[in-house]
Design a protein around this ligand. Structure first.
Ligand SMILES: C[S@@+](CC[C@H](N)C(=O)[O-])C[C@H]1O[C@@H](n2cnc3c(N)ncnc32)[C@H](O)[C@@H]1O
Length: 217
């Protein structure tokens, strides 16, 4: 068990507050949520790899009140720290492939936030493709990643993931994300590409999903 998960267990009722503080060292979740909403997020939102739900809570504060949220994660008890309105937000311990196989109504927004650097190379493309398949045409595809940079801030994030959370991680540059992860996907031009503080390794990218091309006869 990692230092991080032992610490979380010991926090008990203080886990929510402390997790928010720790997250805020690396990422301003309100600024990120505002930027995602400014990029056009609304309606039915899917977050792949939602974790404890702290980010979902910040996102739901910014989204229009008619929005609905589904968070999925392969970890146990996803969304257990979510403190927002549970009539509009739900969480499932399910893989994105399992969700795609159940053919739900396509989502207006699919977001993968701070997840891809945890996913092994062999699974990366299928995870992104399955997530993208759950998005409606014209919907918003959002990726947020901890961009590999030669800065102390980047290395602080690396240390936190690798040594405190004890996870196998590797990180992408912005070009690797653009050229490799989203290669050959039916996406339009970037709606937004921006860094979110306080540590500028947080890279937000969002694209519209293009309509399928009609088959040429
Ligand atoms: C750093 S947390 C990010 C949580 C949340 N998105 C946030 O930004 O606060 C990374 C999450 O990705 C999840 N994850 C890793 N691989 C995954 C996969 N193949 N499918 C779904 N979730 C995955 C982990 O379980 C973990 O909860």
């Amino acid at each position: 068990m990692s230092i991080g998960s032992i610490g979380r267990r010991m926090l008990g009722p203080f886990e929510h507050r402390v997790s928010q503080w720790v997250k805020a060292v690396f990422l301003n979740t309100d600024k990120l949520s505002q930027a995602i909403v400014a990029a056009g997020a609304q309606g039915r939102i899917l977050e792949v790899g939602c974790g404890d739900g702290i980010l979902a809570e910040a996102l739901m504060r910014q989204l229009p009140p008619t929005s609905e949220f589904l968070g999925i994660d392969i970890s146990e008890n996803p969304g257990h720290l979510f403190g927002g309105d549970r009539t509009r937000a739900s969480f499932q311990n399910i893989t994105v492939a399992e969700l795609a196989a159940s053919a739900p109504e396509p989502f207006d927004v699919v977001a993968i936030i701070d997840v891809l650097h945890h996913v092994p190379d062999a699974e990366l493309k299928s995870l992104v493709d399955d997530a993208f398949s759950l998005l409606r045409e014209g919907g918003l595809f959002v990726i947020v990643e901890w961009e590999r940079r030669k800065t102390p801030g980047f290395w602080a994030g690396w240390f936190s993931d690798r040594c405190i959370s004890g996870q196998q991680v590797r990180f992408f540059t912005a070009d690797e994300l653009l050229n490799r992860v989203t290669a050959q996907m039916a996406i339009g031009s970037l709606v937004t590409r921006q860094r979110i503080g306080p540590i500028k390794s947080n890279l937000l990218l969002a694209w519209p999903k293009l309509a399928r091309q009609p088959v040429q006869m």
